[in-house]
Design a binder for this molecule. Sequence first.
Ligand SMILES: Cc1ncc(COP(=O)(O)O)c(C=O)c1O
Length: 355
Amino acid sequence: MTGDRSTPLESLETPALVIDVARLERNLERWQRYCDEAGLANRPHVKTHKSIEIARRQVALGARGITCQKLGEAEVMVEAGIDDVLIPYNLLGNGKLERLSSLLGRARISVSVDDVRLLVGLAAAARTAGRELEVSVECDTGMGRAGVQSPEAAVELAAVIARADGLRFGGFVTYPAPAGAAAFLQAAVDGARACGLEVPVVSAGGTPGMWHARELMPTVTEYRAGTYAFHDRATVAAGAAGLEDVAVTVHATVASRPTRDRAIVDAGSKALAYDPGPGSGHGLILEAQGSVIETLTEEHGHVRVCAPDRLELGDRVRIVPNHVCVVSNLFDEFWVARDGAAVGRWPVAARGRSQ
Ligand SMILES: Cc1ncc(COP(=O)(O)O)c(C=O)c1O
C-alpha cells in the first residue's frame, strides 16, 4: 500500500475509486469459507480488480490460483509472484503464443480452447517453453459466447488435446452456469471417461450464481467468481449481495446545478462506464437513491434529481457502479478506506492490460 497518512474521505479529489477494505475482506472471507465447506476449489477472477494486493489476499485465504481473462493480466500477476493462473480464453497469433511460452517457463499456466485449430500453436508454445501446457475445453452451456456447442464436441476436442504432444487435457470450463450447465458438463465428463480420459477439473463461474455453486457439485469441482470481491449494482440486483456488501464506490462531487431538477456530478463515462444497469441509470447514488443518473457524457454525470433528494452544489456523493469490473479499469489506483478514512492507495496494476 502506498504509504499515505490517513486522509478524510471528504478531502479526496473526485472522481475517486474507493475500496471499503473491511467489506472487501469480509466478501473474500465469506466466499472462501463457502468453498472450503463445500469442498470446491476457489479460483477468483482478477479482471474485477486487476490488483496485486487483492489477488495476494485471495491466494492467502486459500484460493487454488487465479483466473485472468487476458495474457496481459496474467503477466502482471505472475511478475508479482502469483504462480497458478488459468486463462479461459482462446489464444492465437504469434505474439500471444510467444508471450504464453515465456509465462509457461515462470508459473503454472493453463488455458482453454473451443477449436481444434488452436492446438498447433499451443503445442508449439509448450515446446518452446520446454513445459507441458494444460488445456481445458471451453463449453458453451447456454451463454451463447465462445465454447463448443455440445458435450459430444467437448469430448472430441478433449481427446485430441490428450493425444497432442506437449499438451495435457485439463478438463472442462464454462461461464456462467445456467440451468442445464451441470447436465452438459456431466455428459462431457462421462463421455471423456468412457474414452479413457481423466478429467482433473470442471470449472464454472459467475458471481450472480455463486451461492448456488454447491448445486453444481459434484460435477463442478472449481468455481471462478470475480465481482464477489467488490459487488456492484448488478450483483446486488441478482441477489448475490446486499448494498451493505458493496466494497467499491466512485466518489464524486456535484459540480453544477443548472436547473431545479438537474445536477451534474464530476463522474461521467470515463469514471462510471456505460454498462447497462439492472435498473434505470448509470449507477446508484447512495446519498440520493431516488434520483437517476440518466445520461453520461465523458466528464459529466447528468442526474435527474427527485425529491426529497437535494444534491446541492459541492455535495459529495458515493456511486455504486452498475458493473464494477469495467470501472476498475478506468482508474490508476484505488483509495483504500478503513473506518471512514483513506489509509492508502493500491495501484490498479493490470489496468488497460487488454491484450
Ligand atoms: C470466463 C469467466 N469466468 C469467470 C467470470 C467471473 O464472473 P463474475 O464477475 O460474475 O464473478 C467471468 C466474467 O466475465 C468470465 O468471463
